[in-house]
Design a protein. Structure first.
Length: 172
């Protein structure tokens, strides 16, 4: 005989896991910014003082930028930090706002599901073709996979807003 898990505990566990995932990706994003700054400063200083630029600095900064941008999406979405057309929603009735909210969040979730799927397809193509960074010659296939993970996490945050509107999962 199995014991059913109460819905409240399951939701709490889900929220805790989602919060951990979002905050972890936020940390990755912050680390990406610091890494880009460090690479740039090191490259400029070595180039100016020793005439020895950092080999592959452009490759590294490009990868860090892609990961930083993707990893920041779930956090921005959970905080509703994106551009919103509030003046349009304020003119609608409460029912109209709810319907609009469902439509907008459904479209956003669909788009990010498509983004994640396309990132996986692109990563598979890069892996198949053994695509490498231009200067460092390191493999690049994993970057779209990380971006797909971030898009999937963004979908989960959109679902959180869709199914539990008005509730804050994370405070800024």
């Amino acid at each position: 005989m199995t014991t059913a898990v109460p819905a409240g505990k399951l939701r709490t566990a889900y929220q805790r896991a989602l919060r951990g995932l979002v905050m972890g990706l936020c940390g990755v994003s912050a680390l990406g910014i610091v890494t880009m700054m460090g690479i740039t400063v090191y490259d400029v200083v070595c180039r100016a003082l020793f005439n020895a630029p950092l080999r592959g600095a452009n490759d590294l900064v490009s990868v860090c930028a892609a990961i930083t941008l993707a990893a920041s999406l779930p956090y921005t979405t959970i905080l509703k930090g994106h551009v919103a057309i509030e003046f349009l929603f304020l003119k609608l009735s409460k029912r109209g706002r709810r319907i609009g909210n469902v439509l907008v969040h459904s479209v956003i979730a669909t788009l990010f599901i498509l983004f994640a799927w396309q990132c996986v397809r692109y990563g598979n193509a890069m892996l198949e073709k053994n695509q490498l960074m231009v200067t460092l010659r390191w493999p690049l296939f994993w970057v779209p996979y990380v971006m797909a993970l971030c898009c999937a996490a963004t979908v989960l945050t959109v679902f959180e807003h869709l199914f539990f509107p008005g509730q804050e999962l994370i405070k800024p």
